[in-house]
Write a protein that binds this ligand. Structure first.
Ligand code: RB5
Length: 145
């Protein structure tokens, strides 16, 4: 599975930890969409760039990290076909895949620790969508009804 990961300055340290973890454990390509330093950066630019890449099918999943996760999730979810899930624990992370078929995991670098983040990354990538009635509901998201 090809994965893209990105952050702003507030998510940089956690993004680096997740990227290094993915490079050791993920089967497919791991693309780093930046940022590449702790210098102040605008989260919407990274979120929109990644959302377009995931919605367009270039990557199966994305991971976005800012300070709270809020700005990244708000911006990414502006794009049709993107289901960006801001998760703080393993339960919401698992459910984001099972029920919402989330294709971008969003985390807050100032909110969660690296241990839970790495577990969430693994869970997000290994949990399949349940489909069925949840597929009907996910389809309704883009239909706008
Ligand atoms: C940066 O200070 C912070 O506002 C940003 O990382 C994010 O938390 C926005 O939602």
């Amino acid at each position: 599975m090809d994965i893209v990961i990105g952050s702003d300055h507030a998510g940089f340290d956690l993004k680096e930890a997740c990227r290094e973890h993915l490079e050791k454990s993920a089967g497919g390509r791991v693309e780093d969409a930046g940022v590449f330093s702790r210098d102040s950066a605008d989260y919407p630019k990274v979120a929109h760039q990644m959302a377009l890449a995931v919605a367009g099918g270039a990557y199966a999943r994305g991971i976005l990290i800012c300070g709270t996760g809020l700005g990244m999730s708000i911006a990414a979810n502006r794009h049709k076909g993107v289901r960006a899930a801001l998760c703080h624990n393993l339960y919401t992370c698992r459910m984001s895949r099972l029920h919402n078929d989330a294709n971008i995991l969003v985390m807050g670098g100032r909110v969660i620790g690296v241990g839970i983040a790495l577990e969430m990354v693994d869970l997000f990538l290994s949990t399949d969508f349940e489909g069925g009635r949840h597929l009907t509901r996910v389809d309704q998201i883009d239909a706008g009804c």
